[in-house]
Design a protein around this ligand. Structure first.
Ligand code: ZN
Length: 879
């Protein structure tokens, strides 16, 4: 237990005492026992302190140490020590060679960190600290070495042998085995090491770089999936081109490999020239993947490719700097997607995600800065804050510097730090130096946790033709940070005249707690469009009158704020109906009647959006979606999941009834006979049609459930089928059972697709859902050892089904807690991630809060609890 409580602090960072210049690894791959020989070319850090500086420490966990030799002399057992954390011995001199032999067991590695087996293939995951489960090594990102890797394996079960860099040798060995030797010329930290071996199919293409080099591109998948790689390959080529065009960054080797595996803890991993992906984010063809899947594949392929510069060529000095690579790379992939698709629609998606995932994190017990100050387990800090809020921080730099200034800063950053392991401060410094600007205050976004609140108040002076606007900011305390300073943020503001056009627009820089800004030449009292494009990632607290929101929904030249006005209006309506819910004896319809006038005005504005052919279809689809139950539950304490669910559905029903004709027309007008293509325009058309279907079914008229059932049967693509199935999913209609049975049959052997089927059932609002989820755990395709399965069935139940997860009798919490405890022995990293929903107890009524806290205590009482789960559960229980 004691080492679980060991906290690592950013301020304790010390340079390594020893560096490794070169590593030579030899793997003898066997599922049960793999032998790993390592030769390390070590030299002392000239800058190291004196004292215990002759002691060499190499990380290592869960391995069998066979032997250690220094300069070819085998160490006797008294010459080194090994404990749970690693290996220690005394360095013979300034530079020496260490040879270490270890044994590991890939087949028994259920944590999926280090070397493990997925289906029939061997693969690795080393970020953040998985390399120390392969061999003893200074497993920290500021130790960068060149790697030469020899892989020996059985030729028939592992015809494909891959590692980072270039293939320099290969051949046959005795006993049906063969070998391959890979050498990576770029020094890299151990977390970027990768090895893959197995019987995999390969899809090939190539890319000519801007300087005319041909790069071989290969995607490796399970046999039979070769026809599902086209979109990932196309996304890769577009990413390579975009990085050249927009960032001036060219790929630096002659080959780039991607491998798709079924068992993976996260989305994908940017190992140098050998990206490893969760198969879910590679495999797609029209009848197996939805538009959303295609979109995710495009952005994740781009994200991992972009890491080749932002992460690999320039890497992190220590794990506190994680956002250096992740925040920047998320910003880069968001901009890539905006350029490939629709910029406003992309921004809406990114902000919706930030608000759904990061804001709750920042306002809860797990709040931490973009650059954390401490951690117990670094795996727990691959968070929405480090990724998404980190991306917002870079976006603010981009806004403040403009595209050219930003690019100057980026150029200086890569120029100055290529080949180095650096800090967030180094990044900001390059931005400052290239632009002769001071980011001291902006950098508080790295260190200060919590979502700022922002208020505004306007005052129009008709005589002076001036509009004055006063902004006030405040950030609430977060765990461990009680005093917050005012932040520097760009706030983009538009002023609309009565005709709906902009009178004025500018981006102001807020730096004080309260600050006034003046617009001149304002000839009429304007309507304010505040924080356009979500230029500052904050909670805007000021309410605008209903009529102004309707006006903005119909007129704002900033598409993001059009959407935002609708979201605000809907949230307000739902919250007021929820506060009437109890008085109306739990009748959601009666609760809405109390705000009937506002509801009608809102529906009128929704209709105008629906029928406005001047707007992008994808945008209209987004604008017609009401804020989600999770988002609403964040808005007011205590959240009543039942009331939220019922009121939101009742409002959906009203919209469906009131606009039935329009939705029916929209539905039929947007049908298509053309062959499926995953482009943004066709996807937008399908999304709008799916939205219409959703409202038609919500209206309660039985013929529309039939329509959904017919759509499932008639359509030839997964997007339209899932659209139908996800509305049928909550109904008693016979079409539901038929469709689910058909789906199960068709995809029985298709893990990635069947995950949709598990998730749908876990998210159903039907009364029998929990019982069904329990049954599904016994389904032949379900296993707790596969993270995608666990996330689809168990995770989706907690995150995608607030009503059943928060069931008043505690049955949801009890089931979920049992699963987390079970999962912790198999895969602590995934168990810890899934624990977060239980930490939101402070948002709920006392009964629920008590049950959730008791669940956390039950988790903490688990014997041999992992460090991962312990950190999340203990922080969640404490706050
Ligand atoms: Zn990343």
């Amino acid at each position: 237990m004691s080492d679980q409580r060991h906290v690592i602090s950013r301020k304790d960072y010390k340079e390594p005492d020893f560096f490794v210049e070169k590593v030579e690894l030899v793997f003898d791959l066997e599922r049960e026992v793999t032998n790993v020989k390592s030769r390390l070319f070590i030299h002392a850090n000239p800058a190291r302190g004196t004292g215990v500086d002759d002691e060499v420490f190499l990380h290592g966990e869960d391995m069998k140490l066979v032997s250690v030799s220094i300069n070819e002399r085998r160490l006797a057992s008294g010459d080194f020590t090994v404990d749970q954390e690693g290996l220690r011995f005394t360095a013979p001199r300034e530079a020496f060679i260490a040879e270490i032999e270890t044994q590991i067991s890939p087949a028994n590695n259920t944590r999926l960190e280090g070397l493990y087996v997925s289906q029939s293939a061997f693969c690795t995951q080393c970020e953040a600290e998985g390399f120390r489960r392969i061999t003893y090594f200074p497993d920290r990102p500021d130790v960068m070495a060149t790697f030469k890797v020899t892989i020996n394996a059985d030729k028939s079960s592992c015809p494909v042998l891959l590692s980072n860099g270039n293939l320099i040798d290969s051949g046959d060995l005795d006993g049906g085995r063969h070998f391959a030797v890979w050498e990576d010329p770029f020094p890299k930290p151990s977390y970027l090491f990768a090895l893959v071996a197995g019987d995999l199919a390969c899809v090939e293409d190539s890319f000519k770089t801007v300087s005319g080099r041909d790069v071989a591109l290969r995607i490796f998948v399970e046999h039979g999936n070769e026809d599902r790689c086209d979109y990932a390959m196309d996304s890769l080529k577009r990413s390579m081109k975009w990085d050249e065009d927009v960032y001036g960054l060219e790929y630096d080797l002659d080959l780039f490999n991607i491998v798709a595996v079924s068992d993976f803890n996260m989305g994908a991993m940017e190992n140098k020239s050998l990206n490893v992906f969760n198969a879910k984010y590679i495999l797609a063809k029209p009848d197996t993947a939805t538009d959303m899947d295609f979109e995710l594949i495009e952005s994740i392929v781009a994200h991992e490719y972009f890491h080749n510069w932002s992460g690999n060529r320039v890497t992190c000095r220590d794990w506190f700097q994680l956002s250096l690579k992740e925040g920047l790379t998320v910003f880069r992939d968001q901009e890539f997607s905006a350029d490939q698709r629709s910029r406003p629609v992309q921004r809406i998606k990114d902000v919706a995600q930030l608000r759904a995932r990061q804001f709750p994190e920042d306002g809860g017990p797990l709040a931490h800065p973009v650059r954390p100050d401490s951690y117990m387990e670094i795996n727990n800090f691959y968070t929405a804050t480090v990724y998404e809020k980190g991306a917002e921080l870079i976006r603010m730099m981009h806004t403040l510097l403009g595209p050219d200034g930003y690019r100057k800063g980026i150029d200086l950053y890569f120029d100055r730090h290529d080949g180095q392991a650096v800090t967030c401060d180094d990044f900001a410094k390059a931005m400052e130096d290239a632009n002769d600007i001071d980011f001291t205050q902006l950098k508080l976004w790295y260190s200060q946790a919590g979502t700022p609140k922002l208020w505004w108040e306007g005052d129009y002076d008709a005589d002076a033709k001036q509009y004055r606007i006063t902004l006030t900011q405040k950030t609430d305390p977060t765990p461990g940070q009680s005093d917050k300073k005012p932040l520097h943020m760009p706030v983009s503001i538009g002023l609309l005249g009565a005709d709906g056009n902009d009178i004025a627009a500018k981006t102001v820089e807020l730096t004080e707690a309260t600050q006034e800004f003046v617009f001149d030449g304002v000839t009429e009292k304007p309507v304010v469009s505040f924080n356009r494009g979500f230029s500052a990632p904050v909670n805007v607290m000021t309410d605008q009158p209903d009529a102004e929101l309707v006006f903005l929904m119909g007129n704002d030249s900033d598409a993001f704020n059009r959407w935002e006005a609708g979201q605000k209006y809907a949230t307000r309506l739902i919250l007021s109906a929820i506060s009437n819910f109890e008085e109306n004896d739990g009748n959601a319809d009666a609760a809405l009647n109390d705000v009937a006038v506002a509801v009608d005005a809102f529906i009128g504005a929704m209709q105008a959006t629906l029928l406005n052919d001047g707007l992008d279809k994808a945008f209209r689809a987004d604008a017609l979606v009401l804020p989600g139950e999770e988002f609403i539950s964040e808005q007011r304490k205590p959240a009543n999941p039942d009331a939220i669910h019922q009121v939101r559905n009742a409002l959906r029903k009203r919209i469906g009834v009131a606009l039935m004709d329009d939705f029916e027309n929209t539905y039929h007008q947007n049908a298509s006979n053309a062959a499926f293509t995953p482009d943004a325009l066709s996807a937008g058309q399908r999304a709008l049609r799916a939205t219409a279907l959703g409202y038609l079914v919500a209206s309660g008229e039985a013929r529309f459930a039939d329509l959904a059932s017919d759509q499932y049967k008639a359509s030839d693509n997964m997007t339209d089928q899932m659209a139908a199935l996800s509305v049928l999913n909550h109904l008693d209609h016979p079409g539901r059972a038929d469709a689910l049975a058909d789906f199960e049959n068709r995809f029985a052997k298709d893990g990635v697709v069947l995950d949709k089927w598990f998730a749908l059932q876990a998210m159903s609002s039907r009364d029998d859902t929990l019982a069904r989820v329990k049954d599904l755990m016994g389904h032949p395709a379900f296993t707790m050892r596969n993270p995608n399965k666990v996330r689809s069935l168990i995770g989706a139940f907690a995150v995608g089904n607030p009503r059943h997860f928060h069931a008043k009798d505690g049955s949801g919490y009890e089931f979920y807690t049992d699963r987390l405890i079970e999962l912790d022995d198999i895969n602590p990293q995934v168990a810890a991630r899934l624990c977060a929903p239980l930490g939101k107890w402070a948002k709920y009524d006392d009964d629920r809060a008590d049950m959730m806290k008791a669940a956390l205590q039950r988790i903490l009482a688990k014997e041999d609890i992992s460090r991962d789960l312990y950190e999340i559960a203990s922080k969640s229980a404490a706050a």
